[in-house]
Design a protein around this ligand. Structure first.
Ligand SMILES: Nc1ncnc2c1ncn2[C@@H]1O[C@H](COP(=O)(O)OP(=O)(O)OP(=O)(O)O)[C@@H](O)[C@H]1O
Length: 625
């Protein structure tokens, strides 16, 4: 059977390429600079095996020049150049990568810096060019050739003059239109910023003629400008340097140059991994919350580089949501890029890097907590809430990872403590970790429910953030010690005393009557086992606490109907109890008045709104009569 070859309509293919592969026009410059860098790398590799070649670093550079009158942009390199055949083969065939062939021929393993592999990057020039001219003289050849194309009707190759070995790519820009101002690619600052963004760490100098302003020599006020050639890229990426060569200031400068944030980072982690997957990374833990952190506008992610060339501004897959505050970058030689270098082909490598990064961040935070407590607390003020969300989200699947990073205010220590510190101080007879919730430390401090627990000598953790209790309910326990709210369930404080003071039938009749008066407002009315000097308090039964009810009711969705099952607890040792008893025996209206008043007072103590403020004030007036 005769086998036929596929045919491709090259014109259509080129058109598709130019218009559908890349999402941004400016990346044409990244592609041409990468080609120039590859061409110089090839000289370097040749020199490794050929003693007659002297690889003098000084001679290798890339020059970008713009001509505003002619509307051309030229990218010149002093690399290996191309012969007539190579021009034909590499630039005349889409998807032919001379660089990939070179790597194979010289048995260069992946990850040895050369960038090109797909054989398409060059054509991205046609996104901005109406005509591209390539003038090239190959290493070891006396002849130079000019390749030219308008990207539609094929290309021409003809002999040309060129003294130096290397390549000059000249782009004749398209005419400006309503959608695009192509002239912008001739502006010094635009060119500089594109180079800085994508090609800052190309290993060869990228030179440009730059306008510099300085004071005139004869006058102190007037300024004059002159043009000088400057290298605009940093060349050696800081992440490839050894940690001991770098100072804290270097990292700080990198943070602000990269505009990761306006604050100063609290700390950084510099990672070099040389295992199954190789990568470098610099991660920063910021000090302050970005202003848009809890809005839809905030995008998490790290910069992703492949061999020093920027691939993605913010790669979200590199950071777990819990650590979305981390800033920084990753550079890997082992990524499988897709043809546009905008997406990754495989996420297996990325997943491996992300997993590794997650554990590095965790251990950095742990060491900050252990060794630089003050710094950690600064961090925690900004991002503690995020860690608690991390404990709560995904059905608590990250709780083990995060529980030792949490801090809560302690009733005893009067400062933030870890759960480990709390548990290590627990007296032997204390079975559970006590906590109390409220709007502020001062308010919790005064909660009637905390009194007996504190009297017993037990420490109470104060929860003031809406997420606190949700996170803790997800954890359930820490080191086998369950969390216990001072406002719910049986506190099991004085089992001996309780036995002595059984609830009498009279007491039971009183609270049953009070429950009838309050109706559905409460689940129950009970004689309290947790009150000491206060007459009443509200506690809850079941999973939803009063603080959780407040949070759920403030949300604009279907959770508004969720309510805590409230229990009004009465202190039988308080004088008020005697008044209640008397009213129960002789004056049912008075009992109703007292019951409603006490219930409303208990709501106020919990920071709950009064259901009927007018009725409450009327009740107050009645008892003054
Ligand atoms: N400045 C240059 N000097 C020497 N050779 C070049 C130059 N620019 C392009 N080439 C040759 O042309 C080939 C095709 O370039 P092109 O940019 O289309 O693809 P690539 O760089 O190989 O791969 P990728 O699409 O991944 O960038 C290169 O592989 C290289 O052999």
């Amino acid at each position: 059977m005769e086998k036929k070859e596929f045919k491709a309509e090259s014109k259509r293919l080129l058109e598709m390429m130019v218009h559908s592969i890349y999402s941004q026009k400016e990346i044409f410059l990244r592609e041409l600079i990468s080609n120039a860098s590859d061409a110089m790398d090839k000289m370097y590799y040749k020199a490794l095996t050929d003693d007659t070649i002297d690889f003098d670093q000084e001679r290798f550079y890339i020059k970008i020049s713009a001509d505003k009158d002619k509307r051309t942009l030229t990218i010149t390199d002093t690399g290996i150049g191309m012969t007539k055949d190579e021009l034909e083969k590499n630039l005349g065939t889409i998807a032919e990568s001379g660089s990939l062939a070179f790597k194979r021929e010289h048995e260069i393993q992946d990850g040895h810096d050369m960038i090109g592999q797909f054989g398409v990057g060059f054509y991205s020039a046609f996104m901005v060019a109406q005509k591209v001219t390539v003038l090239s003289k190959a290493f070891g050849s006396d002849e130079a050739y000019q390749w030219q194309s308008d990207g539609v009707d094929g290309y021409t190759i003809q002999p040309a003059e060129k003294t130096e070995t290397g390549t000059m790519v000249t782009i004749q820009l398209k005419e400006n239109n309503d959608d695009e101002n192509y002239d912008a690619f001739l502006e010094e600052h635009r060119l500089k910023s594109i180079i800085k963004k994508y090609s800052d760490f190309i290993r060869y100098p990228i030179k440009m003629d730059v306008t510099v302003w300085k004071k005139k020599e004869d006058s102190s006020e007037d300024m004059e400008s002159h043009v000088e050639e400057q290298t605009v890229n940093s060349m050696v990426p800081i992440w490839r340097k050894n940690k001991n060569e770098l100072t804290d200031e270097d990292y700080l400068n990198f943070y602000s140059e990269k505009r990761y944030g306006f604050d100063k980072p609290l700390t950084h982690v510099h990672i070099k991994v040389d295992g199954t997957i190789r990568y470098h990374a610099i991660l920063f833990i910021p000090e302050t919350l970005p202003f848009n952190y809890y809005t839809k506008e905030f995008e998490k992610g790290l910069e992703l580089y492949s061999n020093g060339v920027l691939i993605m501004d913010k790669c979200p897959d590199l950071l777990p949501d819990t650590f979305s505050f981390v800033k920084g970058m990753v550079d890997s030689e082992d990524l499988s890029l897709n043809i546009s270098r905008e997406i990754l082909q495989q996420d297996r490598q990325l997943k491996m890097i992300a997993k590794n990064i997650k554990s590095k961040i965790k251990s950095e935070l742990k060491s900050l907590l252990k060794n630089e407590r003050e710094k950690y607390e600064t961090f925690y003020q900004s991002f503690g809430r995020q860690l608690k969300y991390g404990v709560y989200s995904n059905f608590g699947s990250n709780k083990e990872d995060l529980q030792d990073l949490l801090l809560f205010y302690s009733s005893k220590e009067k400062k933030l403590v870890t759960l480990e510190e709390y548990v290590s101080r627990m007296p032997e007879d204390q079975k559970v970790i006590y906590y109390a919730t409220g709007d502020s430390y001062a308010r919790i401090e005064k909660l009637p429910q905390t009194e007996l627990v504190a009297d017993q000598g037990y420490e109470i953790l104060y929860f003031t953030e809406d997420i606190d209790e949700f996170a803790i309910k997800m954890m359930r326990s820490y080191n086998d010690k369950a969390f216990q709210s001072v406002s719910s369930g049986d506190l099991d404080l004085n089992p001996e005393d309780e036995k002595k003071e059984e609830v009498t039938e009279d007491h039971q009749a009183l609270v049953t009557e009070m429950k009838t008066i309050l109706g559905d407002k409460v689940k129950d009315v009970r004689i309290s086992k947790r009150l000491k000097s206060h007459p009443i308090c509200l506690t809850t039964e079941g999973e939803v606490s009063i603080e959780m009810e407040k949070v759920l009711q403030s949300m604009p969705d279907q959770n508004q109907h969720i309510q805590a099952d409230k229990v009004l607890e009465i202190n039988r040792n308080h004088d008020v109890f005697q008044s209640l008893k008397q009213a129960h025996e002789s004056d049912k209206d008075r009992l109703a008045l007292y019951t409603n008043l006490l219930y409303n007072q208990a709501r106020l103590i919990e920071g709950l709104p009064l259901e009927d403020p007018v009725a409450f004030t009327n009740d107050m007036c009645k008892i003054m009569d």
